[in-house]
Design a protein around this ligand. Structure first.
Ligand SMILES: Nc1ncnc2c1ncn2[C@@H]1O[C@H](COP(=O)(O)OP(=O)(O)O)[C@@H](O)[C@H]1O
Ligand SMILES: N[C@@H](CCOP(=O)(O)O)C(=O)O
Length: 304
């Protein structure tokens, strides 16, 4: 399951980008009971019972499918930082829902529309789950029948860099900081940037700085992440398309590849690292174009 960065500046709750940093979750139907093993991020901290988010999502999907497995084993190897705005909860939810659809004996072909609708219901917003499930950059929207999403072809010149602080911020808390009403002028400002963002991401990365400005959510959440907003401002002043990643407190920079860059060493990434204060981890990543990936392992056969 890929990490995801939502909003991409102006496209609040409707744009997401899948990144090459992954949680790997294994499921097996057992004769009885529940076992949950967690390694990597969250090991020793996350619950290993029915409260585990992957298990909750798996159970919700089973209920939707009308299936009750006799027992369940879940093994998670996590790399996505949690509570940092990199879609860790969306990855857990998508893992659980996809796991149930894949294992349910009554499902012949997984219906990704149904997976997306349920994952959105569980997560509360469709942007991260859409990008996690489908990969690439996604646009998502809600309809009376539930969430829908589609992918955008992202320009090869876009290099996503995520800057992750020590501090955490729960998405739930960050959402309580948003006002119920916004000025019409700010809504129009964001609508223009969100439309431009599609053009910038797919065809004209030089427009990314202008296309990633926001008036609807970043400053409204500043009190909960002042260092994040300060870093976004510093990077933007230096000409980098920096935004709050998801609900924060990480920062996403949509850097650009330069024709003289050696593969794996973009000058823009070095510049961004140089501006980033000590104590922040720098993740130079790529766009994950595939999204959630399923590998079936035959029971009784081990692989290395
Ligand atoms: N891989 C995971 N397995 C189980 N629970 C998880 C996992 N990742 C995140 N969570 C749960 O979701 C919470 C973080 O979710 P959230 O506040 O939405 O932040 P994020 O931006 O990382 O998605 C964690 O504190 C934990 O309760
Ligand atoms: N649109 C949501 C995105 C939350 O992303 P996360 O990675 O922080 O869970 C929001 O801004 O609340």
């Amino acid at each position: 399951m890929p990490a995801t960065s939502a909003n991409l500046g102006p496209a609040f709750d409707c744009a997401g980008l899948a990144l090459t940093l992954h949680d790997v979750v294994e499921f097996a139907v057992a004769d009885s009971g529940l076992t949950v093993e967690v390694s990597g991020v969250g090991a020793g901290e996350l619950p290993t019972d029915e409260r585990h988010l992957v298990v909750r999502a798996f159970r919700a999907a089973c209920e939707r499918l009308g299936w009750t497995p006799p027992g369940l084993c879940v093994r998670a190897e996590n790399a996505i930082p949690q509570g940092r705005g990199m879609g860790s909860s969306a990855a857990a939810v998508v893992a659980g829902v996809v796991g149930a659809f894949e294992l349910c004996p009554d499902v012949d072909v997984r219906d990704d529309g149904a997976v997306l609708r349920l994952a959105d219901e569980l997560e509360g917003h469709p942007d991260n789950v859409a990008a996690c499930l489908l990969g690439g950059a996604t646009l998502s929207w809600t309809t009376p029948e539930g969430a829908r999403a589609d992918r955008l072809p992202v320009s090869e010149d876009v290099v996503p860099v995520v800057l992750v602080p020590e501090a955490t911020l729960s998405t739930h808390t960050a959402r309580t900081l948003l006002p119920d009403l916004v000025p019409h002028a700010d809504a129009a400002f964001n609508a223009a940037r969100a439309a431009l963002l599609v053009h910038a991401l797919t065809a004209e990365p030089a427009m990314l700085l202008e296309a990633t400005d926001d008036r609807l959510h970043q400053r409204q959440r500043a009190a909960a992440m002042p260092d994040t907003i300060a870093l976004v401002d510093r990077l933007r002043t230096a000409g980098h398309a920096a935004v709050v990643s998801g609900a924060g407190p990480s920062v996403l920079v949509l850097a650009r590849r330069h024709p003289d860059d050696v593969p794996g060493d973009a000058a823009a990434v070095r510049e961004v690292s140089g501006i980033t204060p000590d104590g922040w981890r720098v993740y130079p990543l790529e766009v994950d174009h595939g999204g959630a990936r399923v590998v079936r392992v035959t029971p009784g056969v081990s692989s290395s």
